[in-house]
Design a protein around this ligand. Structure first.
Ligand code: 86X
Length: 526
């Protein structure tokens, strides 16, 4: 099934030129021995320019910074904390967007667009939700040289501006449910060190804002949306996630409760991957979102909000990448297969045949996102490195020897495993390999996650687990005091309280003497 999904995705990707040019131009086809010699030289020189110069295990943060730039995902901007999302990264976002948007529509959600600028009075209408965030709000204070009478916030999230409209639109039970989503960017002036995708001051997201007559419907939707978010991570990004409820202390202040999916970074930190909130009637009251029920009685409506961001791209880079660069899971890879013809022969007729075959294979793989790298400026070795850096899941090599044998070479990006494949079987084999790569990336990440969840029944054990770069899974009495002790003594936060868990036996981890009610995950986090 995965194979079919991969095959049905059509996406066009702009051909990207490497930044580094000049030294290694092999304009004319060369003799094989000559090229092999040069090629070796090239690889060394090229590596230092194009390749990743630090290992992921040695210095993760430097590795990440190099990968996202060298793979042409982002460009830094003149404003700290803002970034340019380049076509190669935007294409990933479009794939995830397409999936989520389709699923939202199946749930009856419509897209709309609300203003970027929010008057201060409106933003502050629901105090509880804005209070903690005030220092993060960016303001527009003037036009030309004239000050505004009231400052305008650049939206950090759109609850207030949307609910101002909702209060006008909702009159009776017949107007419900109301389900609106918007795709946009938001600005939050974070003070922590910015990291592209993972923590930026402006980021792209979708925010869904829905209104129901009953809490029951709202509860159901929160659960449906979180499942959808989990599917985007697990099925598209090949990233396993932990589903659960935030503790009261970690939930969004404007919500009755918050549910999240959490992912696990290779440096041993948790990271919130997406969230959905049951807002209850916390916004309905200040914004006067009421409806007349069937008996003609006025009732406050029930609301949800939920969001998914480009942080997901950063999590994917961090989890799957290796010392050669990115590894893109096939289902969201802008280029799923790259064909590299090896034009070494000094017989133009042979090169011609290789190119013809390469073009034929490209045509046959029409349901797959294929790039044929037939540029004459670069050596095959250079091309291999470049497409590996960009994380293309599968490479097809076609050389003179392959031509003779009616075979091509297929090389997996994730394992480096090479195989020879008869030309007549290329399509079916490529589809199978892409599905395998997708599954294997997930399995590998799942194994890594599972191995790093450590059961801990005391504060000391939690400390040991999180100090070792793990997630602690600990029995908890549900009181904030005990949760706060973990933060104070280890620096770790609670990630969430998993939905699926066994009945905890015994007492709370912190020796408060109370009976444990639930298991909770703790980890250092982003
Ligand atoms: C919380 C809540 C919620 C819709 C989501 O998590 C998903 C999509 N919104 C967002 N939040 C704020 O409300 C917030 C408010 C201000 Cl004023 C701010 F500066 C930063 C904020 N950050 C998060």
């Amino acid at each position: 099934m995965v194979a079919r999904k991969i095959a049905s995705k059509k996406q066009k990707v702009k051909k990207l030129k490497p930044k580094t040019q000049g030294q290694h131009r092999n304009k004319k086809p060369k003799r094989i021995d000559e090229v092999t010699k040069n090629q070796k030289k090239n690889t060394e020189a090229e590596k230092s320019m194009l390749g990743i110069t630090i290992s992921k295990a040695r210095d993760f943060s430097e590795w990440y910074t190099q990968v996202i730039q060298k793979a042409e995902l982002i460009e830094y901007s003149p404003v700290s904390g803002c970034m340019v999302v380049r076509p190669y990264a935007y294409s990933v976002w479009e794939a995830v967007q397409a999936f989520l948007d389709k699923e939202f529509k199946k749930l009856g959600v419509q897209n709309a667009y609300f203003p970027l600028l929010i008057p201060e009075s409106l933003l502050k209408k629901e105090q509880e939700h804005v209070e903690g965030f005030t220092p993060e709000v960016a303001w527009v204070t003037e036009h030309g040289n004239t000050k505004f009478e009231e400052r305008l916030a650049i939206r950090p999230t759109s609850e207030t501006i949307m609910y101002d409209s909702y209060s006008k639109w909702i009159r009776s039970y017949r107007d419900l449910p109301l389900k609106i989503n918007q795709w946009c960017s938001v600005v939050r002036w974070e003070f922590k060190h910015p990291v592209p995708f993972l923590r930026t001051r402006e980021f792209l997201w979708q925010e869904g804002h829905t209104v129901f007559a009953t809490k029951k419907e709202a509860d159901q939707e929160v659960s449906d949306i979180l499942n959808l978010y989990a599917r985007a991570y697990e099925e598209l990004y090949a990233i396993p996630v932990l589903r659960g409820k935030k503790t009261d202390h970690e939930k969004f202040a404007g919500a009755d409760y918050t549910v999240t999916i959490e992912a696990f970074m290779p440096i041993g930190k948790g990271v919130q991957a997406a969230s959905a909130h049951l807002l209850g009637q916390n916004f309905a009251k200040p914004f006067d979102i009421t409806y007349l029920d069937k008996e003609g009685k006025r009732q406050y409506a029930w609301q949800n909000s939920w969001g998914f961001t480009t942080r997901s791209i950063g999590i994917m880079v961090a989890i799957h990448g290796d010392d050669k660069g990115l590894i893109m899971p096939p289902r969201i890879a802008p280029v799923q297969v790259v064909i590299v013809p090896i034009l070494f022969s000094n017989t133009p007729a042979v090169n011609e045949k290789i190119l013809q075959l390469a073009n034929n294979i490209k045509k046959e793989l029409k349901t797959i996102r294929v790039e044929l790298d037939d540029s004459e400026e670069y050596s095959p070795g250079y091309k291999f490195n470049r497409w590996e850096l960009k994380g293309v899941p599968l490479r097809v090599e076609i050389g003179p020897k392959d031509l003779e044998k009616d075979h091509v070479i297929l090389v997996r990006r994730d394992t480096g495993v090479k195989e020879s494949c008869p030309i007549s079987e290329v399509v079916i084999r490529v589809i199978k390999l892409l599905a395998d790569i997708q599954d294997d990336l997930y399995t590998k990440a799942k194994k890594f996650l599972d191995e790093h969840i450590i059961k801990a029944s005391s504060l000391a054990e939690i400390k040991k687990a999180v100090d070792g770069g793990n997630i602690a899974y600990a029995p908890w009495c549900s009181n904030y005091d005990c949760e706060a002790k973990v933060k104070d003594e280890t620096g770790a936060k609670s990630l969430n309280v998993p939905f699926k868990q066994e009945e905890p036996k015994g007492n709370c981890f912190c020796s408060c003497g109370k009976k444990a009610e639930k298991y909770v995950y703790f980890a250092r986090s982003y």
